[in-house]
Design a protein around this ligand. Structure first.
Ligand SMILES: Nc1ncnc2c1ncn2[C@@H]1O[C@H](COP(=O)(O)OP(=O)(O)OP(=O)(O)O)[C@@H](O)[C@H]1O
Length: 248
């Protein structure tokens, strides 16, 4: 579904991705972990097409996106939904209007009532069906993320990318988001990539976890395999220890 082959990316003279390989299977939830500044978001941006690799290949659903024209890459982007860290809601639009935005902008053939019915269905999926008229300022952090998720799925994407979906949330709200990520996978059959620092979330939602270190995936496996990894860098990262080899 998503494949990065030997991807290199240097930014401001700093080598961020250094031969990164990633192979994400259809329908799985793959979680990327790693220390701050190791290139997790840069990896996501290469997948969405917001950044191009210096070398290497990015293949999405069998199509190489490196040299894609504007129209082709636009069409491919429509198959991906992104939940940004903050939810990225527009403050002066209510929840329904925020969720409807991608449809209003990109699917102009839909009537007003069709848009309303799609939006209502997506709000139900994220359990916000009674909050459609609220403004973003009237939402809790968790509700903002859920509204952002409803907007990310409004175009029925095949792939969802989550950037720190539980950041800034208390454990209860984090678990609600984790459950929703699992339910998106089960109900919509989407393939998901999630970047997170939250290991309890990673263990809960991931089919597989990959750790980035020095621009490469240094370890990959199920939650249990990662928990039992013998790699000292992985062990140190997941335990949060400040003593040891992790210098990046
Ligand atoms: N557009 C850019 N121009 C220059 N440098 C950039 C750009 N985007 C990211 N970087 C740099 O690339 C490195 C990796 O950034 P990235 O945002 O991918 O890290 P991250 O692993 O997602 O970190 P965090 O966990 O803190 O979000 C950082 O040093 C960052 O400053």
């Amino acid at each position: 579904m998503i494949e990065l082959k030997d991807v290199y990316k240097t930014l401001d003279g700093r080598k961020i991705l250094q031969g990164l390989n990633l192979h994400i299977r259809e329908g799985e939830t793959y979680v990327i972990i790693g220390r701050s500044g190791t290139g997790k978001s840069v990896t996501l941006k290469n997948i969405i097409g917001l950044m191009k690799p210096d070398s290497g290949e990015v293949n999405i659903m069998g199509q190489c996106i490196n040299n894609m024209g504007k129209e082709e890459s636009y069409a491919l982007r429509q198959k991906m939904g992104v939940l940004f860290q903050s939810g990225a809601l527009i403050n002066w639009l209510n929840v329904e209007e925020n969720v409807a935005l991608p449809l209003v902008e990109h699917q102009r053939h839909l009537s007003k009532s069709e848009v309303q019915s799609i939006v209502q269905h997506k709000l139900e999926l994220v359990e916000l069906e009674h909050a459609g008229k609220r403004m973003p300022s009237e939402l809790s952090g968790g509700m903002k993320k859920r509204a952002g998720l409803a907007r990310a799925i409004v175009g029925n994407p095949k792939i969802i990318l989550y950037d720190e979906p539980t950041s800034g949330l208390d454990p209860v709200m984090s678990n609600q988001i984790n459950d929703l990520i699992i339910s998106m996978q089960e109900k919509l059959g989407v393939t998901s990539i999630c970047v997170t620092h939250d290991m309890s979330s990673a263990y809960r939602i991931a089919n597989r976890i990959g750790m980035i270190y020095e621009g490469q995936i240094i370890e990959e496996g199920t939650a249990d395999q990662i928990k039992n990894s013998q790699n000292p860098i992985v062990k140190q990262f997941i335990s949060g220890s400040t003593v040891g080899p992790l210098t990046q």
